[in-house]
Design a protein around this ligand. Sequence first.
Ligand code: ATP
Ligand code: MG
Length: 754
Amino acid sequence: MSENKDFLRTIVEKDLESNKYKQIITRFPPEPNGFPHIGHAKSICINFGIARDYDGFCNLRMDDTNPTTEDTKYVEALKDAVQWLGFKWKGEVKHTSDYFPKIYEYAVKLIKMGKAYVDSISEEQMKEYRGTVTEPGKRSKYANRTIEENLELFEKMKNGEFKDAEHVLRAKIDMSAANMKLRDPLLYRIRHATHFRTKDQWCIYPMYDFAHCLSDYIEGVTHSICTLEFENNRDIYDWVLDALELQPPRPYQHEFARLGVNYTVMSKRKLLELVNENYVNGWDDPRLPTIAGYKRRGYTPESILNFCDQIGIAKANSMVDVSQLEFCIRDDLNKKVPRVMCVLDPIKVTIENYEGSEEIEASYYPHDVPKEGSRKLPFSSEIYIQRDDFMENPIKGYNRLTPEQPVRLRYAYIITCKEVIKDENGNITEIKAEYAPNSKSGHDTSGIKVKSAIHWVEAKQAKKVEVRLYDRLYKNEAPEGLEDLNPNSLTIIKDALIEPAVINEKADVRFQFEREGYFYADPVDYSDDKPVFNKIVGLKDSWAKKSKKDESKVKTQTTQKAEKKEVIHGEAEPLTATQQKLFDRYTNELKLNNEVSNILTRDEQLSSFYEQALKELNSPISLANIVANDVAKELKEKEINELKFNASHIAQLAKMIDDETISSKIAKQVFEQMVKSGDEPSKIVEDKGLVQISDPNTILPIIDEIIEKNPENVEKFKAGNQKLFGFFIGQVLKATNGKANPKVVNELVAQKLK
Ligand code: ATP
Ligand code: MG
């Protein structure tokens, strides 16, 4: 658990210390009238998280007091969401409807105590009698009914002798209470409707304010955690439990801020409308903020949990930027998934001087991902590249293939464009190219300089796949209604081409398509014959961003505001002029990538922290990475003056990474320690013996030992199983607790296994 306790955990700890409760019991109480969304995820994390952290338990309770809107399919979706997020409820799923008989008894008890009455005025009159914030209300004449009369009427209500709305049961509290909710709130109403569980057994149903506190009490809940809009209901919650003179311990209600995310809606009514009227394809449409939607899209539970953790728990409502959620999924997948090549908009390239075919071994994972595995990429004279990786008349700054500029095919050779073939309309249909035989990746002696590497697939063995690209569902940051829907939220590409291993080997279900983003094999529509991939989230292609920016600059001068918004859809607020200047300095001068620059420029605290660190150490990229990731995370939870470290600490840390005293992996450990203790990084590294081992004399004996212990793998490797290279590297890193310098290990292992 994090050291920074939120206010709810502070309350829970006090209550445990003072012995108010022996065990913490919470509940997650959704109404089964829609699929749960990311806001519910926050509530799930809070309720189940607190129970877990304090050895208590959490109930999953369907708050099913409204027969006309509820359904078992929503119950299933709610159960699924909780489980998918990794939580377990105690025992069976609970239902408020299980307690209908008990709640009825409590109502009778209140009537007998003279604290509730059957009212029979019209709804309109009731409204009128309620008064206003400045004027007290007026009690209905029926409030004077005797206890006997009330008991009789209430029983008749229950027996179905009246029509809907003819009578209601109300608490007798105070018609002039400052809190309007206390002006004789409704406890029961008549509803002749079939309930999805109790069927036609009941025709009166308890109101939320009556049912909720009692259900909590019946289940022995200690902390009834809900969102802020129930703040005024707390007085009723307390009134009901007190009025009934229930035995302690009893539950108390605590409110936290509801989660809002921009570019989407969270109201169940609006989500229902989108689903029922087919603006989206069902509750699990990957564009929806529903848990089912995120799951189908390819989000991991970890990324959602991380997001909920990052946004924290507060008492003030706020709107969270959807890019923060996108950051979380990107961050999670970056550490996990295989990298493969898929060409979304293919154009054929014929390499005229290449003969035959070959297979190129390529690792699934980059060096900094601690996973092993590789696949073979077929290569021949016919390949496909991405259409926009070639420009016949390149604009300034274009780094990829042009008639004058060679480019590297990732993992393979450098090619040069020789001829451009076009159809009668002038569309390019094919590129004729030549390759440099001595330029193979890893063994390049060609001396040819290229500015970038592009992805590709071999023509004959590539597999056709459908790719579904999702963008934000709404074009406005704070959407109101259907008119704000983004018409381009879904693009379906029917004939993208993917390297064969993805379909044949299935190294995973989630992949990074190099240079395109993260993708997920659609769990419903995917088959090997007709593969379908959902785009989970994009990478940041600096080129795409730049051209987008240029485009919007041009457009803003000539067109209306509305159009400008559309052009930059998919991005947060435009940068202010000052921020833009800073952003340009970071990207152009300091060569930071767009994502990092974006994070820094949008947060003045971060950028000034960064500038300060820069004054101490001229290492813009290393510093930016630490500030935009690690420091930023800390500042989400703490004020800057609460931090135990400062810019010089960070400079010191970056320096140790730069001069390879420590690896960036170890740097994370050091950072965490520094956050806690405030010690200087160099001291932490020294105290804990974390210095990176780069001396071959120390590493070689370890390699020897591993080689000796694994004769079979050595043999297999020498016989051509290249995948095992990663195995040996992994073993060495493990043996040194991650302290061996990966670069050195790589070289030495390669030497030894030659
Ligand atoms: P409605 O839209 O019908 O008012 P709701 O969003 O309140 O419904 P419930 O099913 O009653 O949905 O909610 C279950 C629990 O989830 C409640 O405790 C509620 O406070 C919490 N919850 C709902 N929406 C959010 C949100 N956006 N952020 C945090 N918690 C939420
Ligand atoms: Mg609700």
